[in-house]
Design a protein around this ligand. Structure first.
Ligand code: ZN
Length: 291
């Protein structure tokens, strides 16, 4: 396993981690400047942040700072209650692939969607099997387009508490089943994003990481699971503050040959109260000491 204790050259910052500073939204370009200033080599930005700053401008600053993208967040949300909704999802995902290409991302991360409408407060149907079928179909279609554009796509299984509203692919096993179905040749064009916040509890975690292998391990996200967790979305912990055995999981992933960035992704109303540099310095310090 790589030694992360001496530097942070393999740390990436998911820009949601520093989305706010002292409770105020931070423009993406300011985040990129802060990352460059602190020697962060890689980031993973969100589409809404990129859209607000302007894709071309972000692309220019990413290049001038020499930043790599460990991923691009995110595509997905494939489910809908009618054909028009499915078409909108398809078109939006193609745009996400195009943006990921413009930014030279390592992969486009997919949060696949749950029951349509649930995230807005009212599910338009309750048939989770139908949702999963739409997701598989949507991923198969997107894979064709992503292949043309040479942009790998990574399914991120989300913790089951998000099955209704954000993603009803909830384990690595489920995600890899979809990969096997749409890409039996294991081309490397589709794989998984292993986010420990979502999968740390899974008794099959090690076995499924081994099943994924290097070809399908496209991204590795770290943070920690706090006890107690007070908010289902925005109370992720800084590495070392919770119960996840991060180095153990990293050993499994790297044991398969994964040699990419370790991406710090912390949505936290607690950390967002601090300023950007303080959050980043803590990420760097913990990445060295406990990842
Ligand atoms: Zn993640």
């Amino acid at each position: 396993m790589r030694d992360f204790s001496q530097d942070h050259q393999w740390m990436s910052i998911n820009t949601a981690t520093v989305r706010k500073s002292r409770g105020q939204e931070v423009p993406l370009l300011d985040i990129l400047d802060a990352c460059a200033r602190l020697g962060v080599r890689a980031i993973s930005p969100w589409r809404d942040q990129v859209a607000a700053a302007g894709l071309e401008q972000v692309s220019r600053v990413v290049r001038s700072h020499g930043l790599a993208l460990s991923g691009y967040c995110r595509g997905g949300m494939f489910t809908a209650s009618d054909d028009a909704g499915l078409m909108r999802a398809r078109d939006d995902n193609r745009r996400a692939v195009d943006e990921a290409c413009e930014l030279n991302a390592a992969c486009l991360v997919l949060v696949v969607g749950g029951l349509p409408g649930a995230l807005q407060g009212k599910a338009e149907y309750h048939d989770i099997a139908r949702a999963r079928a739409q997701i598989t179909e949507g991923i198969a279609q997107l894979l064709e387009y992503a292949r043309e554009r040479k942009m790998p796509i990574a399914i991120e299984p989300l913790h089951p508490m998000y099955a209704a509203d954000r993603a009803c692919i909830n384990t690595l096993e489920q995600a890899l089943d979809v990969c096997d179905l749409v890409d039996p040749a294991r081309s490397g064009d589709i794989g998984v994003a292993v986010d420990l916040y979502h999968v740390w509890w899974d008794p099959k975690l090690q076995a499924q990481i081994e099943r994924a292998g290097q070809k399908r391990l496209l991204a590795f996200h770290v943070c920690d699971w706090l006890t107690p967790t007070t908010d289902l979305l925005n109370d992720r912990g800084m590495m070392g503050d919770g119960v996840i055995e991060i180095p153990k999981a990293r050993r499994w992933v790297e044991g398969q040959g994964f040699a990419g960035f370790s991406e710090v992704e912390i949505f936290s109303y607690r950390w967002w109260e601090l300023d950007t540099d303080t959050i980043l310095r803590n990420c760097i310090e913990r990445h060295r000491s406990v990842v």
